[in-house]
Design a protein around this ligand. Sequence first.
Ligand SMILES: [Zn+2]
Length: 352
Amino acid sequence: MDADDAASIQSRPPIPPESAWRKPWLVYESYFGLGAALYLGCIGLEATLLRGTALADGLAFAAGLFALTILNFQHEILHIHGDGLDGKAEDAWLNLTSLVTGMNAQQWQTHYSHHAFTGEYDGQLIQRRATKPSQEKPELLSDGSINVSKLVDKDLDDYIGLLRREGVLRSLGRLAAPLRIVVTTLPFLITIPAFHLLMVGISTYRSLSQRQWLQAVLPLVGLGLLVCLTGVRCALITSVVFSTMFMVHIAAFHIPNSVEGKVYSYWQQQVLQTRNLAHGRSPIMRMLTWYGSYHLGHHLWPKVPIPNLPELEPLAREYALQWNLPVEDQEQSLAAGLRLWVKEAWSLAGMG
Ligand SMILES: [Zn+2]
């Protein structure tokens, strides 16, 4: 496509119909309510009747799965903030749910950078100290895009940030093929099973640096409660299952090759770096991802409630075509997504 063609296409995504903006309160209540009740039920049984039994391990596993529903809900709260929930209610929900997810409001701020700079990775592991208060949202411009000029961070939703900069790891990777395999694997071993523990640590660290004492304490209190109630072994099972399910199910959502150096416009970047999950229509994936599989739509209309995204799928797909993302490339399977990430890690590990 030449420059004139690019300029002639309608730049911003089409405005969704009225029905897509309605808040599905009943869906929120039942999804979050059921997920939270099952999570607490598992923890309660582990802590009391079944403490120390083999069944407790199974319940700890299930609790890890149900924790995912709480994270999905937390993500939704962040996006519909100010549009159905006022600031105080949002703060309260983010704080309460951070007990389970380990991600507090301070840490969720990085999600705005993820949306604004989708696929623009520069190997940061922790968000640079923001000058803005933690829950202040970046402005939306008139075309619905995020005003990126006020954000200091790039996309932090990255499995392989450790490999994106020259350093010890890459030097090791260049020494011999077996070391390159180790170096390729290491970032995944840290980010996939230990996501929850990492989030507790980073959320606390960032909140302390912002002197937000309540937010700093909550993820630690949540983790402490889990360990006290269920024991170290069960707490670890819950944490690893939750982390792994979350990190694996989002592997197909984004392209791992950084857009650094490519001259994409804001909307072009949203489309070309984002993918739907191929199994999005399966009932199990719908439950686990809570319609997050319709990820192209989520990046085009982040304030549209997630359960309404299937209705916008044809609009999202048509729009993606305008940016030359063919139908067959608009969605990818989990396996294909993970393969791309491993391939990129392998190439970074041998770079330099
Ligand atoms: Zn989001």
